[in-house]
Design a protein around this ligand. Structure first.
Ligand code: NAD
Ligand code: MN
Length: 496
């Protein structure tokens, strides 16, 4: 089954018309799966469209297509040509920027201004950044007596990726771009919650005339399609972003199959430390962004806010006032900062955490309830009187819930910040450079933001300490995930 079989028409709630091929994208064709998945509009709870789900046969077909494309075509394409394909794709993404933004907001529920200004912009930015690496990947010549030794950084071949729903296009880019730049072919499984935007990119991959099989995009549930990909013997590397629980399963599947290379970008419970010498107004605005950006569905969200005693009351009062004014609304309204959570399940989980916070004796200083009467909206919520060992302080909530508490001095702040199984990110607010530099050294996290939060760039590394993950995405660092080193040793003067 090929071609136009799966063309689906739909509209956003504000009437933007969309037409999409909802088949599985294998070998540059849209094909059928073994079943279908309904994707939901989180602003209304209604079905947007049905997409095809990949079963064993389709996962095998996607991996075979990638393997064949790698062996027969892609491994012979010059780096400069790879760069050109990637740049072409980035240009087509820019051309269809508005359509992609509309799809992202419809399927995920994030505000349209966020989709436009962040997700879709960073998608093409990331692809362009890695396009620039294609012809800069090289090994070393190592002086060895009687032998010429040099290294080659070779592609792995077929790389699999399993991505989440919180930043569907951005996570897609973070996996796709470094894999292609280093000369690999890919099979990417999108989240069952947000399959639509990547399918639009699939049509652009085809339009950019990538050789068939270089990029394959499949949809399906995690325990079926995702597990099949993580276990596939012909997949040499798997990159995963999502929950720590599923990260463990992916690593186990890799261990039980072919010991494929694994990189994991998992959850977080990031500390945000505000010292009494901070610029308070700035700290409040950033802290708000740190926790409530993307409705709190951000792995690096600064959810544990530690404020130094002397400024605690003032901070809390102003932070509450600022948060009270959160523009909540329909994803397709220009002014919306906060839209609905992704699903009923996530809504229930978040509400469960809010209840547990109350039961354990924390105080709801703001919010704590459903917002509106349609969709999966949760009021921006601030907890105070939070103790170190409470569930809401320990576990990733993945919703618009902040825990604010106080600390005495630098030592206590560092101890509290590091008291977590996670170590994805952190933030420090202080006007003292010396303090920022010294405290940064002692925080156990992959990112330390100083006087800002949630600032990401395609050219800087991102990833976690501790149970927040393995490996780094973005920047030059990510190239290692997608290459393997070979040493070639040629005898010159050496004799047996
Ligand atoms: P998840 O980890 O279940 O899903 C992420 C991806 O993994 C999806 O594509 C899913 O289909 C796939 N998957 C699920 N089970 C799998 C399996 N057994 N084998 C292979 N792939 C599998 O995340 P979720 O259920 O959508 O969200 C649950 C929690 O995960 C959230 O509350 C949040 O704490 C966390 N999360 C973190 C991130 C992040 O960026 N770090 C993103 C999404 C969710
Ligand atoms: Mn959806």
């Amino acid at each position: 089954m090929t071609g136009s079989t799966y063309i689906t028409d739909f509209k956003t709630d504000r009437g933007y018309e969309l037409k999409l091929n909802t088949g599985l994208f294998i070998n540059n064709e849209f094909v059928g799966g073994d079943s279908q998945i309904e994707t939901i509009n989180p602003a209304t709870g209604k079905v947007i469209a049905k997409v095809e789900a990949a079963g064993e046969k389709e996962v095998n077909a996607a991996v075979d297509a990638a393997e064949k494309a790698f062996e027969e075509v892609w491994s012979k394409v010059t780096p400069q040509k790879r760069r050109d394909y990637m740049l072409k794709l980035a240009s087509l993404i820019d051309r269809d920027h508005e359509e992609l933004s509309q799809i992202e907001s419809l399927d995920n529920g994030k505000g349209i201004s966020l989709s436009r200004g962040f997700d879709v912009r960073e998608l093409s930015e990331c692809i362009r950044y890695y396009a620039g690496w294609t012809d800069k990947i090289h090994g070393k010549v190592i002086e060895t007596e009687g032998v010429l030794s040099y290294t080659r950084h070779e592609p792995i071949g077929v790389c699999g990726a399993i991505i989440p729903w919180n930043f569907p296009l951005l996570m897609f880019a973070w996996k796709l771009a470094p894999a292609l730049a280093t000369g690999n072919c890919v099979v990417i499984k999108t989240s069952e919650m947000t399959p639509l935007s990547a399918l639009k990119v699939a049509s652009l991959v085809k339009e950019a005339e990538f050789p068939p099989g270089v990029v394959n995009i499949i949809t399906g549930y995690g325990h079926t399609t995702g597990d099949l990909l993580a276990r596939h013997k012909k997949v040499g590397k798997i990159a995963f972003t999502g929950s720590t629980a599923v990260g463990r399963l992916v690593m186990k599947a890799a261990a039980e199959s072919n010991l494929k290379k694994v990189t994991l970008e998992l959850g977080g419970k990031s500390p945000n430390i505000i010292f009494d010498d901070a610029d308070l107004e700035l700290a409040i605005k950033w802290s708000f962004r740190g926790v409530f950006f993307n409705h709190g569905q951000t792995c690096c969200a600064g959810t544990r806010i530690y404020v130094q005693e002397g400024i605690y009351d003032k901070f809390l009062e102003k932070f509450k006032a600022h948060t009270q004014n959160t523009p909540i609304g329909h994803p397709h309204d220009e002014s919306t900062f906060q839209g609905p959570q992704i699903s009923q399940t996530q809504y229930d989980r978040i509400m469960g955490y809010i209840d547990s916070g109350k039961e354990e004796g924390a105080t709801v200083a703001l919010g704590g309830k459903r917002w509106g009467n349609e969709g999966y909206y949760v009021e921006p919520t601030i907890f105070t009187d939070v103790k170190e060992d409470m569930k809401i302080m320990k576990e990733e909530i993945f919703g618009p819930v902040a825990c604010v508490t106080k600390f005495k001095d630098e030592e206590e702040a560092i101890r509290l910040a590091n008291d977590s199984n996670y170590g994805l990110a952190s933030a420090i607010f202080s006007e003292s450079n010396k303090r920022c530099i010294e405290v940064s050294k002692r925080i156990k996290a992959g990112t330390v933001w100083v006087n800002c939060v949630n600032v990401l760039h395609a050219n800087t590394p991102f990833g976690g300490f501790k149970e927040s993950g393995i490996g780094r995405e973005n920047g030059e660092y990510a190239l290692d995930n997608y290459t393997q080193v070979k040493v070639v040793k040629m005898a010159t003067t050496m004799s047996p």
